[in-house]
Design a protein around this ligand. Sequence first.
Ligand code: N01
Length: 534
Amino acid sequence: MQIFDAIIIGAGFSGLYQLHSLRDKLGLKVKVLEAGEGVGGTWYWNRYPGARCDTESKAYSYYFSKELYEEWNWSERYPTQPEIEKYLNFVTDRLNMRKEIQFNAQVTDLIFDENKHLWRVLLKNKEQYFAKFVISAVGCLSFANVPTIPNRDLFSGEVYHTGNWPKKNPTLKGKKIGVIGTGSTGIQVIPEVAKLAKKLTVFQRTPNYSVPANNYKLTEADQIRANEEFNKSKQLMLQHRGGHPWKHSNKAAKKTNSVERKKLYEKAWDNGGLSFRDTFSDLSVDLESNNTASNFIKDKIKSIVHDHRTADLLTDFDHPFGSKRPPIDTNYYETFNQKDVELINIRNNPIESFVSNGIKTSKQHYELDVMIFATGFDALTGTLLNMNIEGNNNIKLKNVWKSGPITNLGLLIPDFPNLFLITGPGSPAVLTNMPRAIEQHVEWITECIHFMITKNYQTIETTSKAADKWGRTVHETVNDTFFLSAKHSWYLGGNIPNKPKVFIPYAGGLNKYRELCDMVALAKYDEFIFTQKK
Ligand code: N01
């Protein structure tokens, strides 16, 4: 029987830092179980053409070690998937972590043994391990949402989901390709596939607002400056509600005259990237203000796309700007000016079934050699609920979360002792620059386990009362914002049939959240119940 102090599930950004922290700071015996053949997590699986992070590379790095930060040079403003995968491999080897990671290790069951106070961890290949602590580092966007389209077996072509893209890149050149989905992923994959396809058909259900990335190569001078500004950037990110290295505007769009407003939007558009959302302070709380951003983007799209019908379809928004995660792009709208690219509205012309040589909608038949699903994820809860997780008295997580996830601070679940979640539901997670949220969680969990060791505690658990209270906070925090108006958003479970429709992440800001977590730690985790080792 192999017993570890801690088992970490997942070897992405969060699993790797958690391994380093528990092993090198606390001296624990740790194992990481990773379903993939290599490290990377999200950045292992999402290797579709055009996959690139839309947080700037200098911010999308670990900040726990200045030395580590300075040893890695990013080549572009936004890092590509291959470069992030290389970076995470570099970190793994630099910190000598590979030997603790078991690859091709898909966890199927986590069962808590109340007598032994141990988690039993079962793998798909029937191996099993035991651990005092389990830390879920499974990622927020790791369970692919693959729509069920009838007659899949009849289709003689290839089918891919961007979130499970094959390691050996499929040949797309000269083929008739269909893409379903126009979220952040679709918006990245479409321009790249359009360069290769004989004919590209984009099936759009809902248009999304996108702002140019304005990517560029980084120079040696950029690298030197970033290293010099390490502490300043870190501070900026700690203070920003989304963990980004810029200041949130304190100017309301509503109180700015139209000429000045347009000037500021133009400047933000030219600069490119996610900071466009922070041009004004009131875009997420005031619909009239939000309309000024929405209309600005609409005008931009219409000035880029030549065909009026296509431009109308791309701007037929059904939600305020930013209420769904806004993508950034490189030549997305320009791609629709290619004569071999067609945009199909599947809102009024829904897909009915696959046919042997393509797909059939209610109005037409489209010939395809390849179908690409860029249809997103069962976010935040999908991967956890796909495992059999049993806590006290064999209570099943599936049952506990039947009406939506219940956690305290997104970190612990009542009745599931010693099981920590990194960027779990109820934490700021996907509303942030992920490495900042991950570092905060890993450091909190490490401190908490250290506290338990010094006190000779065996288990930690949150009460249902504390978790319900946190659930109310998550709910009240989002209530005054526009997030609830995007009914189909994955933040709300709106993209998955039968998923409870509750807003999943904490929308109060990572800076505020960090303060709350720090207060809990300072109060010696008084919201939690500990048992003493016998
Ligand atoms: O997924 P999405 P994504 N029939 O859910 C459509 C992160 N990310 O993979 O809007 C037809 O946003 C769906 O249509 P609708 C980022 O946080 C980051 O693009 O539901 N269409 C939508 O158009 C992002 O938010 C980067 O009507 C269907 C699309 O598929 C998150 O990942 C890059 C459908 C799904 O959009 C998810 O983005 C990429 C169906 N049955 C992604 N089901 C970075 O840069 C879904 N759709 C870091």
